[in-house]
Design a protein around this ligand. Structure first.
Ligand SMILES: CNc1ncnc2c1ncn2[C@@H]1O[C@H](COP(=O)(O)O)[C@@H](O)[C@H]1O
Length: 351
């Protein structure tokens, strides 16, 4: 990879809109958690995430059986939230929408509500004025939830709407559950002013759920790898922003390689695409690497990389005031940075 582009991608102000808390733990944090818990849970002693491409996406979801045992109390949830925010901060992320699925643990008194409260209490420690990063929360609902639980989670998201929750997400193993079972929960979220993002088209077998999902309608979708013609038309016509997770898709083998990634078609069409990490801890990536990969795969120029990052501002779930703040930040950075760039890479790239 071109070293100059890597440096540029690191320094570029960036927005992360699709990052699962428990999938974003760096290897050092994970090892630290293993060390802390191994006395009580000796079967986790040798747990490590292998840095290799998976054969099928089903294998990916198995990791959470282990990770969840490491993050099953409020103290640890607070610790990982802080670590993950600091990691994103040091990678040049200026606005982060972190997402997580509330969990409970009867043994130590953690409830869905105390889980959310814990995450929010850490987010509050990062006021933008002090820390140079704005953090918001998306509350995830797993596809395997019951409708009753999903509604409870939406109610909690609404309860904490004024303290940093901006939206809800549908996530989880796409081969489990069905969107229609949970649809009323998403309608409730939307009706009450929360934004909605849905994992969409991550695998081909999910296509029959698409038409129903689009009726919500979502404010963004994640992945959009496998699309039927009607959904694709809807997404393009409505300029529905897509959270693009290139390394995640390649590592889970839902996309053959970077060159074949569907982001290419959407970029050609001038469609709003937001590069995201998904689960940077499991895929050994970070957001600046995703920008470098996009640049080297599709020969993007500095200007195109900057534009790619800039247009994410329009796709955030927070309101106009934050958007205006971010636009100024981006423009000021670009004015300072532009004169120092190698003019060769300023020329238009392939897209
Ligand atoms: C590969 N792409 C993906 N597709 C679907 N769901 C995913 C995912 N990556 C992560 N998750 C969902 O996020 C949870 C972990 O973070 P939190 O416990 O919420 O912080 C996983 O259990 C899974 O449901």
């Amino acid at each position: 990879m071109n070293g100059e582009i890597e440096k540029f991608s690191r320094e570029l102000p960036k927005i992360e809109l699709h990052a699962h808390l428990n999938g974003s733990l760096n290897p050092i944090t994970l090892q630290h958690l293993v060390d802390r818990k191994k006395e009580k849970k000796p079967h986790l002693t040798n747990f490590k995430i292998p840095n290799q491409k998976l054969e099928i996406i089903d294998d990916f979801f198995k990791y959470f059986k282990f990770i969840y045992q490491l993050t099953d109390d409020e103290e640890t949830v607070a610790y990982i939230t802080e670590t993950v925010i600091l990691d994103f901060h040091s990678d040049g992320i200026k606005y982060l929408e972190l997402r997580t699925t509330p969990r409970s643990n009867e043994e130590n008194g953690m409830t869905h509500e105390s889980y959310i409260r814990t995450v929010i209490s850490v987010i509050k420690k990062f006021p933008s004025s002090k820390h140079d990063i704005i953090v918001r929360l998306i509350v995830s609902i797993n596809r395997q939830s019951t409708l009753e639980d999903a509604i409870k989670i939406v109610d909690l998201a609404l309860k904490y709407k004024e303290t940093g929750v901006v939206g809800v997400d549908l996530c989880g193993d796409p081969s489990r559950g069905h969107f229609d079972n949970l649809k009323p929960a998403f309608i409730k979220a939307k009706d009450n002013g929360l934004k909605v993002t849905l994992h969409f088209g991550e695998v081909e077998s999910i296509i029959p759920e698409h038409a129903s999902m689009l009726t919500i309608p979502p404010d963004r979708i994640g992945h959009a790898t496998y699309l039927d013609p009607n959904s694709k038309r809807y997404i393009l016509f409505n300029k529905l922003p897509i959270e693009m997770c290139m390394t995640s898709n390649v590592m889970c083998n839902t996309v053959k390689d970077y060159q074949e990634h569907h982001i290419k078609d959407f970029l050609y069409a001038g469609h709003p695409c937001c590069l995201c990490t998904d689960d940077k801890g499991i895929f050994f990536s970070n957001l600046s690497t995703e920008y470098s990969i996009a640049a080297s795969t599709f020969s993007l120029s500095y200007q195109q990389l900057f534009d790619l990052s800039y247009q994410c501002i329009d796709c955030i779930f927070d309101g106009d005031e934050v958007k205006i703040h971010l636009r100024k930040l981006w423009n000021d950075w670009w004015e300072l940075c532009k004169p120092t760039l190698n003019t060769l890479n300023m020329k238009e790239g392939n897209i």
